[in-house]
Design a protein around this ligand. Structure first.
Ligand code: MN
Length: 203
């Protein structure tokens, strides 16, 4: 059967400092992400899961077809499979010191929002307005959406996101306490826009 595994971080635990501390990264990756994977594997034990070339593709298929799962495991797969998928992407959405956006993505965001600053303001406002735990997404059509818990648009039949921000307290509380805005403001400094731009081109 398919066994999911926690991907290694593509950089050192301390590489995103000062935006995100080594302590947060260790807790977030080694404890929280690992727990989603352990619980996902437990929920899927004994069930047949269609496997694709990559774990990402297998997860995308699974999360897009939650209705086909038995009731007894659907919520566990939604929460823990969603958690595994979202976090696997989240690590790649960041890179030490950030990276540059393509001209194509920059012009598309400027056309839609007026400026990159205006886009960031709207994304940040959505992050601050999200009650409780969840994610803020930049969709392939450049709309900004939010989802609760570990949900994503995949579960509504939507596409994979271009970019996502984890606004669960476990993502920032150690560094920022309740100051979610300070976390979001700092996070922009480590966004891997080169990766986001590749995803945008692929659309
Ligand atoms: Mn998280």
């Amino acid at each position: 059967m398919t066994q999911f595994s926690v991907p290694a971080l593509p950089y050192a635990y301390d590489a995103l400092q000062p935006a995100i501390s080594e302590a947060i990264m260790k807790l977030h990756h080694d404890t929280h992400h690992a727990a989603y994977v352990t619980k996902l594997n437990a929920a899927l034990e004994g069930l047949g899961v269609d496997s694709f070339d990559t774990e990402e593709a297998t997860l995308e298929h699974l999360l897009s077809s939650l209705d086909s799962l038995p009731n007894s495991v659907r919520a566990a797969v939604r929460n823990n499979g969603g958690g595994h998928y979202n976090h696997s992407l989240f690590w790649k959405f960041m890179t030490p010191g950030g990276s540059a956006m393509s001209t194509e993505l920059r012009e598309a965001l400027e056309a839609k929002y007026g400026s990159i600053d205006a886009f960031k303001e709207e994304f940040t406002a959505k992050a601050l307005g999200l009650f409780g735990s969840g994610w803020v997404w930049l969709q392939p059509n450049l709309e900004i959406t939010t989802s609760p818990n570990q949900d994503s648009e995949l579960m509504n039949g939507g596409p994979a996101p271009l970019l996502g921000l984890d606004v669960w307290e476990h993502a920032y509380y150690l560094d920022y306490y309740a100051a979610r805005k300070d976390y979001v403001d700092a996070w922009w400094d480590v966004v891997n826009w080169a990766f986001v731009s590749e995803r945008f081109k692929a659309e």
